[in-house]
Design a protein around this ligand. Sequence first.
Ligand code: ZN
Length: 109
Amino acid sequence: MQSYRVVAVGDRIANAVRKTLRSPGQGHPAHTEAATGYGPCRQCLRTFTVGSERGILFSYDPFYGKGNLPLPGPVFIHENDCYDFLIEKTSEEKGLDESKESNGAGSHE
Ligand SMILES: [Zn+2]
């Protein structure tokens, strides 16, 4: 089975986008709007509450400056500050470990 790793957009990039309303690297304009979909936010990795939360849409290339081909894609973050996923990750790691102990199958009720 192939594995993958999800890496959230960090505070530095998210805060720069909120401040400048420009995408990091390319400088494309960012767009703010009420959430019309659930997302998720690429900083906190939580879903948006449609209609009641606002997001910023911008193009993001996680490999900007590291390769020859531009690889930007559209991402959303919460318009207002949200927490960094890595902070919450430490409190959830215990849950992830419990999942591994049960081989990841079944529910934890
Ligand atoms: Zn968020």
